[in-house]
Design a protein around this ligand. Structure first.
Ligand SMILES: *Cc1c(COP(=O)(O)O)cnc(C)c1O
Length: 356
């Protein structure tokens, strides 16, 4: 399918402009130097989806444009979504609700009854979201037993005459995944304008909506790069099924071919460490290195694990230095501005007291 044809099909779907697009695509020259320069390290291009602007930005803005378009078309008066207590998706959903004049309820999974009010949770409060905390069950997975709370909140709203629209965790429905089909059209145009054909694209993979959209977009446009999703939480078998279903449903919405092979949905499993949101040594090192070479702010839950994997592949010589690699910076920097992340970084970097 041509990009023009796909663009026409995308334009027929309900969409609310929320993101600052296109996001920049930048050469990471100093990071490449730090990884051995052109003799050892491929050309690194960073797609700055941390700069989508909505409520401090991140990948969820692309999904939320289509999700809020769908919610508004359905006559919704409010939205409900779920996630971990430092969920970037929940924070950006709260920001989108403000921009659309809708109410928002967030059902957030946390280890503590009163989690620290910093990072994304502070922004949720700032954006006026109603917050419901549920206890977490398994750190290997991203979600807790939030379904019952979502149903109760939605029922309560309906009884008071509201029309809530429920957005699944990560915004990873077919509607949301369309955001990364559109994102692929955008990236392909930028690469064509630069005259670059990358061999690989690396990104952090959680609830799989980004993967479903990237994979479907690549398939429909016949692009040649390999997608390297870096899993940040466990449950690969079930998540592959979810990604396939979401991609198939998204293709149906676009009236497009959906014959993406199951192998296309495999992700790398060796960067998860002790589970969702638990930093690994590789992630801590990647976050510090990228901050000090490119002044980019990664996060320990998603983007630093993905970058840690890419750095590992470069160091092990798995990518020819003549290749070009795109790293999709999916955002998450507010989660780095938390006391918990600061403590982990201070201990990894050996920071003592501030100089007096
Ligand atoms: C949500 C998120 C991801 C993963 O996207 P999914 O579509 O859930 O797989 C990656 N990076 C950041 C910073 C995120 O917030």
């Amino acid at each position: 399918m041509t990009a023009d044809d796909l663009t026409r099909r995308l334009a027929a779907l309900p969409r609310t402009p929320l993101a600052a697009l296109p996001t920049p695509l930048e050469d990471a020259v100093r990071l490449r130097e730090a990884l051995g320069g052109p003799a050892r390290c491929p050309r690194l291009l960073i797609k700055r989806d941390d700069l989508t602007a909505l409520g401090l930005g991140g990948n969820k803005a692309r999904k939320l444009e289509f999700l809020f378009g769908d919610a508004i078309a359905a006559g919704a008066t409010s939205v409900i979504t779920t996630g971990a207590v430092q969920s970037n998706h929940a924070r950006m959903t709260a920001a989108a609700a403000v921009r659309c004049g809708l109410d928002v309820d967030l059902v957030l999974t946390a280890a503590e009854d009163t989690p620290p009010l910093d990072g994304n949770l502070l922004l949720d409060r700032l954006f006026g979201a109603r917050i419901h905390v549920v206890p977490s069950v398994d750190p290997m997975l991203a979600v807790g037993h939030d379904e019952a709370v979502v149903v109760a909140v939605a029922d309560g709203l309906r009884q008071r005459g509201g029309r809530p629209y429920v957005i699944p965790v990560g915004g990873s429905s077919a509607v949301g995944a369309i955001g990364y089909v559109a994102g692929t059209v955008e990236l392909a145009a930028q690469l064509a304008a630069m005259g670059v054909e990358p061999q690989r694209l690396y990104y952090a993979s959680g609830s799989r909506g980004t993967q479903a959209g990237l994979t479907l977009g690549r398939h429909l446009l016949g692009l040649s790069y390999e997608l390297h999703g870096i899993a940040v939480s466990a449950g690969e078998a079930e998540k592959i099924e979810r990604a396939r279903r979401v991609a198939r449903e998204a293709a149906a919405r676009l009236d497009a071919d959906d014959t993406v092979g199951g192998a296309a949905f495999l992700t790398h499993q060796d960067s998860i460490g002790d589970g969702y949101g638990v930093p690994t040594p590789q992630a801590l090192e990647a976050l510090l290195l990228v901050a000090r070479t490119e002044a980019l702010v990664l996060d320990l839950t998603y983007t630093a694990k993905a970058m840690g994997a890419l750095i590992g592949h470069v160091r092990r010589g798995l990518i020819p230095p003549s290749d070009t690699v795109v790293f999709l910076h999916t955002g998450g920097s507010p989660a780095t501005l938390t006391a918990a992340a600061a403590a982990r970084l201070a201990s990894a970097a050996g920071w003592q007291d501030l100089p007096r």
